[in-house]
Design a protein around this ligand. Structure first.
Ligand SMILES: Cc1cc2nc3c(=O)[nH]c(=O)nc-3n(C[C@H](O)[C@H](O)[C@H](O)COP(=O)(O)O)c2cc1C
Length: 318
């Protein structure tokens, strides 16, 4: 059966797209721990896809263990966005395409990309219509509350629905807020109540408690971003609680197993010399762990998987 946002299990607990983080390796770690999680891949540039940029094409490659997987694209030209979506779907067959209309980064918002599209509803609608016409898979859009006004999302979501979007994910902050302040879940709730397509909420879900509160708004699903970094078990824990099972505590042995599993997948994905780009994950895995402050110096010297294995053997309790 083909993938559809109206038939996915509700509430859906999904991995939010994060540039440089939700690559194939991390998505595989998440799916290894909770196979029913839907993963959103980091954004890729539609222009770069269409130009045939090798690195970008490599970023969009999919391992079957990641499915169902949604590939996010960004760009401001409807025709380019449509061509990129079609090319990605034809080559890698993701279950869905997501359009980034929320990224606040300076280099993205030029040329009507990312959150800048929230100031251009007509162009945003044209992009959705063009991408919808180009691919058979569901097309979703990830937005913020607005550019500077938190109520922008109310009209904007209706524009996207009318243009044919199959799902809208709302990060409960404006572009002006970037990552400051708290996500406004009451505004996300208002979007959910306004449109009839599924709505996912996003922002500051970092625990079972915050996931439960987020779901009380009635959204169809939640996207978890930073709360999954260093804690890919979060999806399994939330699903356990929703199914009235007691989550399994994460032992030191399990933590080490997953860190090693992730590191090996990272090197497989990015090449044998790519450990330096795994360090950001390593820092997330150790963040807030008891006794880690004392080991900071030793952690900073880890540069290979072998160093990491030795560190686990010699510096941490087994
Ligand atoms: C390092 C990083 C990279 C991100 N990259 C993307 C991206 O590629 N596409 C996107 O739509 N959002 C991106 N985001 C935003 C997240 O998907 C999410 O909306 C935001 O972090 C709020 O959710 P959270 O509190 O669960 O992290 C990124 C966030 C971070 C921290």
């Amino acid at each position: 059966m083909s993938f559809s946002w109206t038939t996915t299990k509700k509430p859906t607990i999904a991995l939010s797209p994060m540039a440089d983080h939700t690559d194939s390796a991390f998505c595989r770690v998440v799916k290894h721990l909770s196979p029913s999680t839907i993963v959103f891949r980091e954004m890729v540039s539609a222009e770069a896809v269409v130009r045939g940029n090798e690195k970008t094409w490599g970023m969009a490659a999919i391992h079957d263990d990641e499915r169902p997987i949604i590939q996010q694209i960004f760009g401001g030209e409807p025709e380019v966005m449509a061509r990129a979506a079609k090319m990605i779907v034809e080559k890698y067959h993701p279950e869905g395409i997501d359009i980034n209309m929320g990224c606040p980064a300076k280099k993205i918002i030029s040329n009507f990309n990312g959150a800048a599209l929230m100031k251009e509803p007509a162009r945003a609608a044209e992009i959705v219509r063009a991408v919808k016409a180009a691919v058979e898979v569901p097309v979703s859009v990830k937005i913020r509350l607005g550019w500077s006004e938190p109520t922008d999302c109310l009209t904007f979501a209706q524009v996207l629905e009318k243009a044919g979007a199959d799902l809208i994910s709302v990060h409960g902050r404006t572009k002006s807020q970037a990552y400051s302040g708290k996500a406004d879940w009451q505004m996300i709730k208002r979007v959910k109540e306004l449109v009839s397509i599924p709505v996912f909420g996003n922002g500051d879900v970092t625990s079972i408690e915050s996931a439960k509160q987020a779901l009380e708004t009635g959204v169809d699903g939640i996207l978890i971003g930073r709360g999954a970094l260093g804690n890919p078990w979060i999806f399994r824990d939330i699903e356990d609680v929703l199914a009235e099972r007691t989550p399994t505590p994460i032992s030191d042995k399990e933590r080490k197993r997953i860190i090693l599993f992730h590191a090996k997948l990272h090197l497989k994905t990015h090449g044998p010399k790519s450990f330096s780009s795994f360090r950001k994950h390593l820092i997330w895995y150790f963040k807030g762990q008891p006794g880690v402050a004392k080991l900071r110096n030793a952690i900073s010297k880890i540069t290979t998987v072998e160093d990491m294995e030795n560190f686990f053997k010699t510096s941490l309790d087994n």
